[in-house]
Ligand binder design. Structure first.
Ligand code: TMP
Length: 215
């Protein structure tokens, strides 16, 4: 491999990203491919603090625009100090979420504006984008059933989302936003039916990853 590849995973909370990232990670290890696993928000020390602000202080009021900038600050730090150096070193970067989440959650579903959030994301990512993005698509009715309070890496309980995860209407808006983005970027964003078995989802993902790294 002569250059790095950037792969991101997107989906509603509870769509199975963590499982799929772990399966891909195992495959990369088995094939001796140098990779890093990272996430937004929270892929850097600053990002962990931003994640705490966002998800562990329910009493803290944050406007949608302020929230947008917090996610972008996380992203700026993440790209500069983690993603871009790893790509320059020829590694595969596997990220649990990237800027499509900002566009879908803040830009479209929260109403901050798609164009504005897209431009801010472009700045924060220094003009870079994932080579391949998987949107794990699941019916919001199924997502709510899977969604609950989770723990962060230090075992702290996190709200699953600041964004009224119980509201199916919000989840539907989000799903529509991701599908709209997938239609706008059909080469980069692959929509994967996440209602299949985890192994079937993994195989669908692998087919795209293999064709990317052999391209
Ligand atoms: P996670 O639990 O999958 O790591 O995601 C954290 C939450 O943050 C999830 O509800 C999606 C949301 N999010 C945004 O609203 N905007 C963003 O830019 C990112 C990266 C995540």
């Amino acid at each position: 491999m002569t250059r790095g590849y950037f792969i991101s995973f997107e989906g509603l909370d509870g769509a199975g990203k963590t499982t799929q990232i772990s399966l891909l990670e195992r495959w990369l290890q088995e094939h001796g491919i140098d990779y890093i696993r990272t996430r937004e928000p929270g892929g850097t020390a600053l990002g962990v603090e931003i994640r705490r602000l966002l998800f562990q202080q329910p009493e803290l009021a944050i406007t949608p625009l302020a929230e947008t900038f917090l996610f972008q600050a996380d992203r700026a730090q993440h790209f500069e100090t983690v993603v871009l150096p790893a790509l320059a070193a020829g590694k595969v970067v596997v990220s649990d979420r990237c800027f499509d989440s900002s566009i879908a959650y803040q830009g479209i579903a929260q109403g901050v504006g798609r164009d504005l959030v897209e431009r801010l994301s472009h700045l924060a990512a220094q003009g870079h984008a994932p080579d391949l993005t998987f949107f794990l698509d699941l019916d919001p009715a199924l997502v709510s059933a899977r969604t609950d309070v989770t723990q962060d890496s230090s075992g702290q309980r996190e709200q699953q989302s600041r964004f009224d995860s119980a509201s199916e209407d919000f989840q539907r808006r989000l799903r529509d936003a991701f599908l709209f983005l997938a239609a706008s970027y059909p080469l980069r964003i692959q929509v994967i039916d996440a209602a299949q078995t985890p192994e079937a989802v993994h195989q669908a993902i692998l087919a795209h990853v293999i064709s990317l790294i052999h391209s």
